[in-house]
Design a binder for this molecule. Structure first.
Ligand code: CA
Length: 749
């Protein structure tokens, strides 16, 4: 009865994993550069008087004048006095699913000082494996006894000379009640040594671990001069792209820039596996020349590439939107899983993990990319074919896929615990939405597109939506099912939230449909379980009966929890499902309702009752992201507003709030782009009050920008998806059911 492809079958059909480029890099690197140019957010700096330690809001300052890897390093400026103490901690940069294992037993970093420092006056060093970053609550861990750095430097530090320090971590003894685990290294800690009462300044850069002694003869790195360097100017930035094989010993790419004919200077680095770089020059009309080179982890650098030149240039609104779509599209193009073509959950992240919903969204981005010519139609179709091929072989559970899969093998990855080792029908619904959009778009009368149509149809018709009802009489559909644990997680799907797509697709399925009555018994269900479920999100009873009916900031809300909840409720389902055509007994138009949710979200941020820094009419949009506290779902209510603005909130609301979304886009890009604009367009989120800018991009957040901007501009994805005959039939069934009974009777299943 359970149809699961054996791992061996899947493994045999997919090739072996290549080097995990970004994951491997971050298994060595503790610190390379700070995204912010003033302070390093993943640090802590504290001092006890009369000692002092330079800090900005208890974080270490960033030094842009001296560095090993461009564009910056950390500055340790202290004065150790008798009776005082200070402590400076460099934590691992944190992003979702960072692989929790460092690969190396030798800790290495570079230090530099303007003035010489006597060996005895260098600080102490200790290491910690306790998770103590910004995003995660302090967890039990271990730390080593502080030892003088002198023992590893072995001499006075000469002036203005970079010196590499090497510390075999096994030589450090635990000072805590637990053993210190070098592979779990989280923090490198400097602290007060000899109290000499003198101001010292030490620049620290390139903190990493590996297993090679830098003083021993090493195999020469095989570095290659990059080719095909291309520079393209936009309104406020210039994007570089290039080709280069990455062979043994390669560590990163160095980018050099010459402005106005001045000599070339190192500008930044790029990680393995990424062949794009963004130089945010801050204004239009800036002409710059670039060249790049490969570097190893030591001093070796390849010969530089050919020099290219470009200038930033003023763009009109229409060109700006195309730029936004194109840059975010690259997340799903170059950023996709090497084997599967599927989208990663986040970048940087764990290279092994590809995500089902994000890949469905990514299919929407591929359609836009083909239509706008970011890549050729054939190239986009071939990518869709690659994804479909992966999905055909990957384990399916009653036709549904799991939340996360292994890029190389397709194996289910139970990231949320052992119970989550089966189907995720919500993730599956977004994947199907993307597949059906692609099926209708790639429907030219040629053999490739017709074959793709048939393969997608088989996947769509294979999903047993009705299985997720659990019993023949259940009012709800359930989110998860596991071949081992069944419906143990037991999470019912109840709206109004992002799960509407599941009910709409389940009703539309030609092979495994659920009755349209489930829209009213489950999604819009009226029983105590549904009421308390909804009330749990916003901390209020507003909208806990599905209908809301209150007015917020002068805007009436027909349907929605609290003040409408996070904005992804109005985006994920509606990338394909055109909200103009959706109605039910509680609202005559989901387009109008979604627009009101977006307007209320905007009004809340303008009003800003939490007095959060940086909010305004052009800085708004509360929705899910991985922020300074980890993964949260900010919403316009006092329970869920934490001061974090997620850029996709406003940017994926273009169909609803074009003016407010455009204002936010221009503010994020033109005013804040130095921090917020990167190789996949807008970074995920920021929180000025916490000095926080996400270093990562999320697969769930970039593609909705591409898709919803397109729907705003041309309606392409709405038209493509809604042209599916099964969807037309399904919504007709739902409409007929909606009209057949009065609302008060229908409300009681
Ligand atoms: Ca650096």
């Amino acid at each position: 009865m359970i149809r699961v492809l054996a791992g061996a079958v899947v493994g045999a059909l997919l090739i072996a994993s290549p080097a995990m480029a970004q994951t491997a890099y971050y298994r060595h690197v503790v610190f390379d550069n700070s995204l912010a140019h003033d302070l390093y957010v993943f640090s802590t700096a504290t001092a006890v008087s009369p000692s002092t330690l330079e800090n900005i809001d208890s974080r270490l300052p960033v030094d842009t004048a001296h560095f090993r890897t461009p564009p910056n390093a950390l500055r340790l400026a202290w004065n150790s006095r008798v009776g005082g103490a200070w402590d400076a901690e460099i934590h691992l940069m944190n992003f979702p699913n960072r692989y929790p294992e460092m690969d190396g037993r030798i800790l290495k970093f570079w230090i530099w000082s303007e003035q010489p420092i006597a060996a005895a006056d260098l600080p102490n060093i200790q290491l910690s494996d306790a998770v103590n970053g910004l995003q995660v609550a302090t967890m039990p861990g271990s730390f080593t006894s502080p030892v003088p750095l002198t023992g590893y430097v072995g001499r006075d530090l000469p002036a203005q000379t970079w010196v590499q320090v090497q510390i075999p971590m096994d030589t450090l003894a635990s000072q805590s009640v637990y053993r210190f685990h070098p592979e779990r290294l989280q923090s490198v800690i400097f602290s007060q040594g000899r109290a000499d009462g003198v101001e010292h300044r030490l620049i620290i850069d390139d903190v990493r671990v590996d297993n090679t002694d830098s003083n021993a003869p090493a195999d020469r790195a095989i570095l290659t001069t990059p080719t095909n360097l291309v520079a393209k100017g936009y309104d406020r930035h210039i994007t570089l792209s290039w080709d280069a094989p990455e062979a043994a010993g390669f560590d990163h790419t160095v980018i050099y820039r010459s402005l106005n004919g001045a000599p070339f200077k190192p500008l930044g680095i790029q990680l393995p596996g990424i062949h794009r770089f963004v130089d945010f020059v801050g204004q239009s009309g800036i002409r710059a020349r670039y060249r790049i080179a490969q570097a190893d982890a030591g001093d070796a650098v390849s010969a530089p590439s050919a020099t290219v030149e470009a200038a930033s240039r003023a763009l009109g609104d229409d060109e700006l939107l195309t730029m936004l779509q194109e840059e975010a599209f690259h997340y799903y193009w170059e950023g996709a899983g090497a084997h599967s073509g599927m989208a990663h959950e986040n970048l940087p992240g764990d290279d092994r993990i590809v995500a089902t919903a994000a890949s469905g969204f990514g299919l929407m981005a591929l359609v836009v990319g083909a239509d706008r010519g970011f890549v050729t139609r054939d190239a986009a179709r071939e990518r869709v074919e690659k994804i479909v091929g992966f999905l055909e072989l990957a384990p399916k559970y009653h036709g549904a896929w799991s939340h996360y899969m292994n890029d190389a093998t397709g194996a289910t990855m139970p990231l949320f615990g052992q119970l989550d080792n089966g189907a995720d029908i919500l993730e599956t619904s977004y994947l199907i939405q993307g597949l059906l959009t692609a099926r209708q778009y790639f429907n030219h009368d040629d053999a490739h597109e017709q074959a793709l149509d048939r393969r997608i149809t088989r996947l769509w018709e294979g999903v047993e939506w009705d299985w997720f009802r659990q019993t023949d009489t259940s009012p709800f559909l359930y989110w998860h099912w596991s071949p081992q644990w069944g419906f143990q997680i037991h999470h019912p799907l109840i709206g109004f939230n992002e799960t509407m797509a599941v009910y709409l697709l389940a009703i539309s399925s030609p092979t495994h449909p659920v009755p349209p009555a489930m829209y009213y018994s489950g999604w819009a269900g009226q029983n105590d379980q549904a009421y308390s479920y909804r009330a749990g999100w916003s901390g209020t009873h507003d909208g806990d009966h599905y209908a809301n009916g209150h007015t917020y900031a002068g805007i009436r809300l027909d349907v929605g929890v609290g003040r409408g909840g996070p904005l992804f409720f109005t985006q994920y389902t509606f990338m394909g499902f055109d909200p103009h055509t959706l109605r039910d007994r509680y609202t005559p138009s989901y387009f109008a309702n979604n627009r009101n949710i977006a307007r209320i979200n905007h009004a809340w941020c303008v009003d800003n009752p939490g007095h959060f820094k940086g909010y305004g009419s052009d800085a708004w949009g509360l929705t899910a992201s991985f922020g300074f506290k980890g993964y949260t779902t900010p919403a316009p209510d006092s329970l869920n507003d934490e001061g974090t603005i997620t850029l996709t909130g406003a940017l994926s609301s273009f169909p609803y709030t074009p003016q407010q979304s455009m204002a936010a886009f221009k503010h994020y890009y033109r005013d804040l782009g130095q921090d917020l604009w990167g190789i996949y367009g807008p970074r995920d989120n920021y929180n000025p009050g916490q000095h926080w800018v996400a270093t990562h991009y999320m697969g769930l957040n970039q593609a909705p920008i591409v898709a919803m901007v397109e729907n705003y501009r041309t309606g392409l994805l709405w038209k493509s998806f809604m042209a599916n005959p099964d969807i037309v039939q399904g919504l007709r069934k739902l409409d007929a059911y909606t009209d057949q009974a009065p609302p008060d009777r229908a409300a009681q299943p």
